[in-house]
Design a binder for this molecule. Structure first.
Ligand SMILES: [Zn+2]
Length: 304
């Protein structure tokens, strides 16, 4: 990694540099340059669509610049405009419908979104009286599984201040009950990272993104995540699932910000990957491989 060497001259506290004859202290600090490298292509697995011309223009400009695709999460009221946008830009957009999980018509809503051309469901929120693994939601998960629609549920702390119904452990129950349902959940369970790590280690159909405040919270300690994504050296040994994959391959890249936030999120994500010693092969999975495989995207045309 390139580094900038910055020499700081600490001014004399008596004259503040105007020359009292006191010797100024010198200190040299090494500040790493932000790492903006990507594997040449990326998929943002979690970005919320805004039904405005400005948002669409900004999305297309920035995602073209970065050779990126976005899983855009479209609110129910915007389904028509969202799918029109997606169909006009199939090389840049994977459309997800943000179905409301407590709606009495949720199962029909999934079917409708699927028929319109939506490829996934999210972001989903359990903000009322039921945990994600409440049997009330079983018909919804079953329909998503049957139609082959991956789901992107929120986990952990939410903007409303609530979080107790959205623990990652509840999604582990769903992953076991619906083994062909692909779940790429948001926010790595913030703050239930331990629970999220174990849930994804034991469930091959469960992934997480690390958007939100987590990487900001641990910005001074970017190697922290190895504690929860720990098992790579133990694959094939006792107490490991037979189908375990390298731990950081259970993380998918995402921003959960406006398109202009893409660059900052790449820097933040790379800082974590660098500090955790994540291999190039795994970075490719995080940045695009896993989501491309889930959606059957031919990545070769993006990597020319
Ligand atoms: Zn979220």
């Amino acid at each position: 990694m390139k580094k900038n060497v910055v020499t700081l001259i600490l001014l004399c506290t008596v004259c503040m540099g105007f020359g009292c004859g006191q010797q100024a202290e010198k200190a040299t600090h090494t500040i790493p340059e932000p790492n903006l490298s990507t594997p040449g292509f990326l998929i943002d697995s979690h970005i919320h669509y805004r039904a405005t011309d400005e948002w669409e223009k900004s999305f297309l400009e920035i995602f073209e610049k970065w050779n990126a695709i976005g899983c855009i999460l479209v609110n129910m009221k915007d389904l028509d405009r969202g799918i029109t946008f997606a169909k006009a830009h199939p090389d840049r957009v994977i459309p997800y419908a943000a179905i409301e999980i407590d709606s009495p018509t949720v199962v029909a809503d999934i079917r409708k979104a699927y028929d319109m051309g939506y490829k996934g469901l999210g972001e989903l929120f359990a903000l009322n009286e039921w945990n994600y693994d409440d049997p009330k939601y079983d018909p919804m998960w079953a329909m998503a599984e049957k139609l082959g629609l991956p789901v992107a549920p929120h986990t952990g702390i939410h903007a409303s201040g609530q979080f107790s119904r959205m623990r990652p452990g509840y999604l582990a129950t769903v992953a076991v009950k619906f083994p062909n349902l692909i779940i790429h959940a948001a926010h790595f369970g913030n703050p239930w990272y331990n629970e999220a790590g174990e849930a994804t280690r034991r469930n091959k159909n469960l992934y997480f993104d690390m958007t939100g405040s987590s990487l900001i919270k641990k910005d001074e300690d970017p190697g922290y995540w190895k504690e929860f994504l720990w098992w790579t050296p133990y694959i094939g040994k006792p107490h490991m699932p037979a189908d375990a994959i390298p731990a950081f391959q259970k993380i998918v890249f995402a921003t959960d910000e406006s398109p202009s936030g893409l660059e900052d999120n790449i820097i933040r994500f790379n800082k974590m990957l660098d500090a955790c010693g994540v291999s190039e092969e795994t970075r490719k999975k995080c940045y695009y491989g896993t989501i491309a495989e889930i959606h059957g995207i031919d990545v070769s045309k993006y990597l020319k």
